[in-house]
Design a protein around this ligand. Structure first.
Ligand SMILES: [Ca+2]
Ligand SMILES: [Ca+2]
Ligand SMILES: [Ca+2]
Ligand SMILES: [Ca+2]
Ligand SMILES: [Zn+2]
Length: 443
């Protein structure tokens, strides 16, 4: 299939110094509080603990690091230490990924420029020859008054580079990240902005603590940060994500066909297919969020997925197994522990005091099979983030009718085949990618 020129422009700005590929920001709207987390009723399936164990035996250390840069936080949103602490906690949701990202080390004849939207001012800015260490993403963060009801904006940054160096900047050794053949994503990083002024003109009410839930009317920074980081990791914005989406029977239905998401959905008969958002922001047709109301397997009473289009004020919506599954299908190496019932360390289909004690008894462990009984996020060590996962899911239960045991573990070749077929049988996807491309063009 011929490369669509617009798609090529979208992801291949190697030789042009214009700003087609500059910082991409995705709105995360707030809506009035309509529900609160239902942590007391959720699901687990035995397969997922098996996957967690298997994953740990293969790889016991997280590789991806997120380097937060506050230099464009000109309004001082993160001068508040509690805000900073919360953001630095939130990035741990992504650091278990084990992708080996090439360093971007300019020097000699190798030069490049990073483009993004300054989070504190909203202005387009660039950084020449930014140093990006291996396995690291650089994320510029800050706060400003975002438009309308938006509480957060985030996405990967743009870039320009020339020569062979461009491939390193573009792919970071992840393989094909462009166009209809894209199966992975390797950004240098990006930018996240958080709203400072609510639509009524008063200061935005934020909740900064990770150990307590937000109060009525508060925007939960932990939830918003995880969501915006999800976009920066390519959810809704990368070509490899776009290649996982096909149309359903009518033009208003779209489905995410990534193998990891499909396998997870199969564990829950209530999820016949996972539709993604048709109408995102102000009636613009993108496919960059789960459709509103999408919940995550394998919980008995599944919670909302974090990558939906809106966040209810006063609620906490952390990343769910469904969100992680989509990121895996986008190309990230996601530990199996993040694809099962979060916090069920002993694999008995619930999250209870025994799981909590299991974590407590193993805190500080960094090796040995028994660390699995304390390592909730599969990054090969037992720390406070693991304890937070357990506490945040206390009371959750497994879906008894889980079909997890019948779910095949996806082989890379199978997933690749599926992806290729997805690309071939649906020409409408090209239109979709064009739409995806349009939002990359700065206004
Ligand atoms: Ca605002
Ligand atoms: Ca990858
Ligand atoms: Ca348990
Ligand atoms: Ca851990
Ligand atoms: Zn979003």
């Amino acid at each position: 299939m011929a490369r669509n020129p617009a798609v090529a422009r979208l992801i291949d700005s190697a030789s042009c110094a214009d700003t087609d590929n500059r910082g991409t920001h995705r709105p995360f709207r707030s809506v009035p509080a309509v529900w609160r987390g239902t942590a007391s009723q959720r699901v687990y399936s035995a397969l997922w603990l098996f996957l967690a164990l298997a994953g740990l035996l293969v790889s016991t250390a997280g590789a991806v690091a997120i380097q937060l840069d506050y230099s464009y936080d000109t309004e001082g949103f993160f001068a508040n230490q509690a805000a900073k602490d919360t953001l630095e906690f939130a990035v741990q949701a992504f650091e278990p990924f084990t992708d080996q990202l090439l360093a971007i080390q300019p020097g000699g004849s190798n030069h490049w420029t990073a483009f993004f939207t300054a989070p504190g001012s909203g202005e387009s800015v660039q950084e020449a020859d930014l140093q990006v260490p291996g396995n690291t993403l650089v994320v510029f963060v800050g706060g400003r008054d975002l438009e309308g009801g938006q509480v957060g904006l985030g996405g990967p940054g743009g870039w320009s580079a020339s020569g062979n160096f461009a491939a390193t900047v573009r792919d970071r050794g992840q393989g094909e990240t462009r166009g209809t053949a894209a199966m992975d994503f390797g950004p240098w990083g990006g930018a996240l902005a958080f709203d400072t002024i609510a639509p009524n003109g008063t200061a935005r009410a934020w909740h900064f603590d990770v150990n307590t839930e937000p109060s009525f009317g508060q925007a939960d920074l932990l939830s918003v940060a995880m969501h915006e980081l999800g976009h920066m990791f390519g959810f809704g914005i990368s070509d490899s994500y776009g290649n996982q989406i096909v149309d359903g029977p009518d033009l208003n239905d779209s489905y995410f066909i990534g193998q990891t998401v499909k396998d997870l959905a199969l564990t829950d008969p209530k999820v016949p297919g996972v539709a993604v958002d048709e109408i995102h922001f102000q009636n613009t047709v993108f496919h960059d969020h789960w459709v509103s109301g999408t919940t995550s397997p394998p919980y008995l009473n599944p919670p909302p997925a974090a990558m939906g289009p809106t966040l209810a004020l006063g609620s906490r919506v952390p990343l769910t197994p469904l969100d992680y599954a989509a990121l895996k299908d986008t190309g990230w190496e996601v530990p199996g522990a993040l694809l099962g019932l979060p916090g069920d360390l002993d694999g008995d289909r619930d999250v209870d005091g025994e799981d909590f004690l299991g974590w407590q008894h193993r805190i500080g462990m960094t090796s040995g099979v028994s660390l699995v009984l304390g390592d909730a996020n599969g990054d090969g060590n037992v720390d406070h983030y693991d304890g937070w996962i357990v506490r945040n899911n206390l009371g959750a239960k497994a879906l008894v009718a889980s079909r997890a045991a019948q779910v095949p573990v996806p082989e890379p070749t199978t997933a690749g085949l599926c992806l290729t077929l997805g690309c071939l049988f649906n020409c409408l996807k090209l239109q979709r990618m064009l739409k995806l491309g349009e939002i990359l063009v700065p206004r």
